[in-house]
Write a protein that binds this ligand. Structure first.
Ligand SMILES: Cc1ncc(COP(=O)(O)O)c(C=O)c1O
Length: 371
């Protein structure tokens, strides 16, 4: 990864994309073969992700959103069914449920790890509930030690939105590998990007077979586009070998990228410890890797203004979904989600940030807190 020029006044970007420089070689191979559709390189990318996450299968699709929607459809969840979704997530999680035709049931989150709250999940299960979608927010695993047994006991599908959690672990186990299926995203601000793209990982042969049909017009294997058999209903959610070339070049560096994220988080944690008005949400040391460095700040708008003035990138946490128009509900039962949304900030988190970049961001934050 190219090292940025270490100029004290240069703007600091919030995050990626992080291109490796190896993409062109891989892309040239695809162009030389003249096979740009979902083909051999996509299969290689799927095999590498499955081996990395530790699942039997991986199926590449067009986006993280379609990965979640297709996982639901493959589990035969759709119109008339209800799916539990945490109130604090990127809206794609809920939109994917709607894309599958099911109804969204919003559920409260944990105050410090931001995953869906297990007690609230138990209370929200109703007669039409068919699935729970957990979100591993920013690489922090949802509480699978409680959520998996709840889903097993009630007999509902557990689908993990691990869009922000590639390579991160919960209690030592790779995120994405819990439950029936895990879904990843390769959009521009993820550890690995293909521009757009997604992946479903699963141990279930039946789910895998249905997903192959769903992503390719009902065919289990690539056909001619002519006199093929289409034994099932499916659509077009295929990946392309052009995207696989870009993603694989970055995936070759996955371990160093995860190590860089961990180093960055530790460096921030040292510099921002014990600052009044700022809380560092805890992270576990059992292989958890955060996509971005997150903090909870009482006067978030003051800190954000100071960072803007210093041309330092940052992002505020999402609004609670129950305050977005398509999912509008009153605030009752969402105190944590509202509070985390109000205080949460992702600091500049590029994987190639230098120590002096991290110092600059931290000093700007601390100065703003003292004002
Ligand atoms: C938590 C979460 N879920 C789902 C998605 C959707 O992924 P995509 O943008 O690839 O559709 C994203 C990322 O964009 C995400 O951060």
């Amino acid at each position: 990864m190219p090292i940025p020029t270490d100029h004290p006044d240069r703007p600091i970007a919030w995050f990626g994309p992080h291109l490796s420089g190896g993409e062109l070689d891989r892309l040239r191979g695809v162009l030389d073969r003249q096979y740009v559709n979902d083909g051999p390189l996509t299969r290689e990318f799927e095999r590498r992700i499955a081996a990395f996450v530790g699942t039997r299968h991986a199926i590449a699709v067009t986006s993280g959103t379609s990965a979640i929607a297709l996982a639901l459809m493959a589990a035969d969840i759709g119109p008339g069914d209800e799916v539990m979704v945490p109130d604090l997530t990127f809206i794609a999680t809920a939109n994917a449920v709607r894309l599958a035709g099911a109804t969204v049931k919003l559920v409260e989150v944990e105050p410090l790890r931001f995953g869906i709250d297990a007690d609230a999940v138990e209370a929200a299960i109703g007669p039409r509930t068919r699935a729970l979608i957990t979100v591993d927010v920013n690489g922090r695993g949802a509480d699978y030690s409680r959520l998996e047994p709840i889903c097993d006991k009630v007999g509902i599908a557990l689908i993990c939105d691990a869009a922000e959690a590639l390579g991160s672990r919960f209690a030592g186990r790779m995120l994405g590998s819990f439950g029936l299926a895990g879904c990843f995203s390769f959009s521009a601000n993820k550890t690995i990007t293909a521009g757009q793209g997604g992946m479903i990982v699963t141990d279930s042969d039946a789910l895998h077979d249905r997903l192959r049909e769903l992503k390719d017009q009902g065919r289990r294997r690539g056909g001619t586009g002519g006199d093929d058999d289409h034994p099932a209903l499916g659509f077009n959610f295929k990946f392309t070998d052009l995207q696989a070339a870009v993603a694989l070049a970055q995936f070759d560096e996955i371990e160093s990228r995860l190590a860089a994220a961990t180093r960055r988080d530790h460096a921030y944690a040292e510099r921002l410890a014990n600052q009044p008005g700022l809380r560092l949400p805890p992270f576990s040391e059992t292989g958890e890797v955060r996509q971005w460095t997150d903090v909870l700040i009482e006067d978030r708008s003051g800190v954000a203004a100071a960072l803007n003035a210093a041309e330092i990138g940052h992002r505020s946490f999402w609004h609670p979904l129950h305050r977005q128009v398509p999912y509008r509900m009153d605030d009752r039962g969402f105190a944590h989600s509202i509070d985390v949304s109000r205080r949460g900030l992702w600091l500049a988190s590029r994987l190639d940030m230098t120590d002096s970049d991290i110092n600059r961001v931290s000093e700007a934050v601390v100065a703003a807190l003292r004002r």
